[in-house]
Design a binder for this molecule. Structure first.
Ligand code: GSH
Length: 213
């Protein structure tokens, strides 16, 4: 019997996909990719994911998925019983938009500038500007998400792939002392109560987050 193979790094964006896998409840095999040690650039990993990034997922039938969104959408489609995607057109569009904004804009343009400033900056002076720009993108981003979450427990009322994307962004904000506005904070706290989130945070070595530290 072949199981899904999940390539991940604790505390990275793969944490969001880890939540989705836990929500599905199927058995999967975990492969740790040590980003700090450069595992993502080793030929054996590049053979699976030529982009040299996590997450990656190899499905039971051998299909390699190598971006956050393709993995999330594929899991939602392959495991409908987990209800990772809402049913109505309007809600589905909302989920896709928020997921895209969290992964591409807030992570790709905001947090990426803060975590990997040297990939954006030409020199030291430029580094300060890139950091400030990253922070501006995030402040604007959380203000937009704040409106999206107004009057809602989850992005589309019920938990979906967009909430897992938002979670890892909120988790990073919390770890880097970027203030979360009230609706985002409430969403983050609500996510921290989900059994799937509690389970994967313990597995990834972040039990202290559950104890409020
Ligand atoms: N947009 C990408 C984001 C992936 C990404 O940036 N992953 C980071 C970890 S959060 C990574 O693997 N970085 C390693 C590197 O760039 O060397 C996706 O959809 O998967």
């Amino acid at each position: 019997m072949a199981y899904m193979k999940f390539y991940m790094t604790p505390g990275s964006c793969s944490t969001g996909i880890h939540i989705l896998l836990e929500e599905i409840g199927e058995i999967f095999q975990v492969y740790l990719v040590n980003l700090m040690a450069g595992d993502q650039f080793k030929p054996e990993y590049l053979a699976i994911n030529p982009r040299g990034s996590v997450p990656a997922l190899v499905t039971e039938d051998g299909k390699a998925l190598i971006s956050w969104q393709s993995i999330a959408c594929s899991l939602a489609e392959d495991y409908p019983q987990a209800r990772l995607m809402p049913e109505g057109d309007e809600d589905r569009t909302r989920v896709m938009k928020v997921m895209d904004y969290a992964v591409n804009t807030m992570h790709g343009e905001g947090f990426a500038r803060i975590f990997t400033t040297d990939r954006f900056a030409m020199d030291e002076n430029d580094a300060k500007d890139e950091l400030a720009l990253g922070r501006r993108i995030l402040d604007k981003g959380f203000a937009r998400i704040e409106e999206v979450l107004e009057g809602r427990s989850y992005v589309a009322g019920q938990f979906s792939i967009a909430d897992a994307a938002l979670f890892y962004i909120e988790f990073w904000a919390d770890r880097t002392d970027i203030p979360l506005p009230p609706n985002c904070r409430a969403h983050y706290d609500r996510m921290l109560q989900r059994p799937s989130v509690r389970q994967i945070l313990m597995e990834e070595g972040y039990a202290r987050v559950l104890n409020g530290s």
